[in-house]
Design a binder for this molecule. Structure first.
Ligand code: BES
Ligand code: MN
Ligand code: ZN
Length: 492
């Protein structure tokens, strides 16, 4: 499938399926649309009238055009109110058209959408992202050759009335390759995506895009005193892998960043076993933070910004066996702090503790961790919005801007110091879980103990990394959430 931006106007274009975007209450056929309507013998006007098309978002009437004319189908795409128009409106509109074209077996597609902020390159990028992400289908685990075959449609999509935007489209495709890698890592089951498989994926990214990779084996993690991380992997038959992938620009880096992702390839809960109804069967997705970290690495490896980025994943599986961590055990993290394990199901923060200490040792200017850390965060914010915790207003601002550009939703949550009382242990420096109320906040406060002075943000992405409903450019299953925000943050 090829995406290109061309100067051709709708009125001159010919092909299988033409999509035209309209704002709400601004469904007028002016200029080249008037010409197109004439050329199509009034079909556009008829379609608008017959379907009472108002340009509301989600409205998408279409009609077939009979005869051997230049265009076979026209689709009107409602963009909603211009007051709410943003880059995600473009992604959603493009996704809707791409899916329609695919269902209707249209090979060549033309698309006319307004520019956001009169910026052709960010608009073209967003449109291309919407198309690429909407058309991604994952049939790796189907056996039927028919089901495995990728659709041949659409073959080419032209963004009409634009100057050449090859670079913006290529950028979108590089970023989407990262998002798609993330989706496929998160959707793959725990018998496929093991800690070793994550390390191998990191090795592939390193080889393909010129990053450097260091993988610490269990013994090396022991030598570094990573007792919290290693405690989580005790009962697994699979060896833990501590993954450190580094992107360095060719010149002096403008700044140095670390992205740390939770990589629990399966979370059974450990001896505090997840009971039925707790979603244990979905816990292959407990490595979605690391999935996004590796997806961002793949994108950044291609975009080659002038920043240094460390991608860090402490990958392990949380299982049960005679070697398992006991509730009540005390572990020592690599910064010397001791942790009384009052719940083996709060394992993500244990892996992240050592990963954050390691990240800070890299001498970076900022650290962002992302993790499917708590069910409590889903209770607080629902499945569309991730939680953000940071003591640093400027970092919150940077991430919020990056997220807005990406059309991904984060809500800043409080690091309420007082709640740390809930983590006090009579015997160790802290417990790993506090009381149920404010569970996502105490999780963030726990992580904060492993940061000394580097600006840091914690993103709890437990909700948005997975969707049960198709939604615009998100298909059912793994969403690839946070990759585009991380890329915007690192590159911008
Ligand atoms: N991986 C889970 C959090 C989670 C739950 C992610 C649902 C996605 C969907 C995490 O390791 C966990 O089990 N957290 C516990 C913490 C509790 C024991 C304090 C939770 O949220 O119940
Ligand atoms: Mn858990
Ligand atoms: Zn977990």
């Amino acid at each position: 499938m090829k995406i290109q931006a061309i100067e051709t106007l709708v009125s001159d274009w010919s092909g299988d399926c033409l999509g035209i975007g309209f704002f709400e209450e601004a469904v007028d056929l002016e200029k080249d649309l008037a010409q197109l309507n004439q050329r199509l013998e009034g079909v556009l006007q008829e379609l608008i009238e017959e379907t009472e098309f108002k340009g509301k978002s989600g409205e998408q009437p279409w009609t077939r055009i009979s005869g051997q004319g230049p265009i076979r189908k026209v689709v009107l795409i409602g963009l909603g109110s211009p007051d709410h128009f943003n880059l995600d409106s473009l992604r959603q509109a493009a996704a809707a058209l791409a899916k329609t074209a695919q269902k209707q077996k249209a090979a060549s597609v033309g698309l006319q959408l307004p520019l956001w902020n009169e910026d052709a390159s960010v608009s073209a990028q967003a449109i291309a992202e919407g198309i690429e992400l909407a058309l991604h289908q994952d049939s790796r685990f189907k056996s039927d050759p028919e089901a495995k075959k990728a659709s041949e449609y659409p073959q080419d999509i032209s963004l009409l009335g634009m100057a050449d935007q090859t670079q913006a489209i290529e950028k979108a495709q590089q970023i989407c390759a990262g998002v798609i890698l993330t989706r496929e890592l998160v959707a793959a089951p725990a018998n496929v995506i093991t800690p070793s498989a994550l390390a191998e994926t990191a090795a592939q990214i390193a080889a393909e895009h010129g990053l450097t990779l260091e993988v610490l084996e269990r013994e090396e993690c022991e030598a570094q005193g990573m007792g919290a991380f290693l405690g989580v992997s005790l009962a697994s038959d699979l060896p833990p892998k501590f993954i450190h992938l580094t992107y360095k620009p060719s010149g002096t880096p403008r700044r140095k960043l670390a992205i740390v992702g939770k990589g629990v390839t399966f979370d059974s809960g450990g001896l505090n076993l997840k009971v039925s109804g707790s979603g244990i069967e979905t816990m292959k997705m407990d490595m979605a933070g690391s999935g996004a970290t590796l997806g961002a690495a793949k994108a950044i490896g291609q975009l080659k910004p002038d920043v240094e980025v460390h991608f860090i994943v402490a990958a392990a599986e949380n299982m049960i066996s005679g070697h398992a961590l006991h509730p009540g055990d005390i572990l020592t993290a690599s910064n010397g702090k001791t942790i009384e394990i009052n719940n083996t199901d709060a394992e993500g923060r244990l892996t992240l503790a050592d990963a954050l200490v390691f990240a800070e040792k890299q001498g970076v200017d900022a650290i962002v961790d992302l993790a499917t850390l708590t069910g409590a965060c889903i209770v607080a914010l629902g499945t569309d919005i991730a939680g953000m915790w940071t003591p640093e207003d400027s970092l919150a601002e940077e991430l919020t801007q990056a997220a807005n550009q990406a059309g991904e939703k984060f809500w800043r949550m409080p690091l309420e110091d007082k709640y740390f009382e809930g983590l006090k242990s009579p015997i160790a420096d802290m417990k790993n879980t506090g009381p149920r109320p404010g569970g996502s906040i105490t999780a963030a406060l726990f992580l904060q103990q492993y940061i000394e002075s580097t600006p840091w943000a914690h993103l709890d992405v437990a909700g948005p990394v997975w969707t049960e409903k198709e939604n615009g450019y998100l298909n059912v299953g793994a969403t690839g959430f946070a990759v585009r925000t991380l890329v915007n943050w690192a590159v911008g």
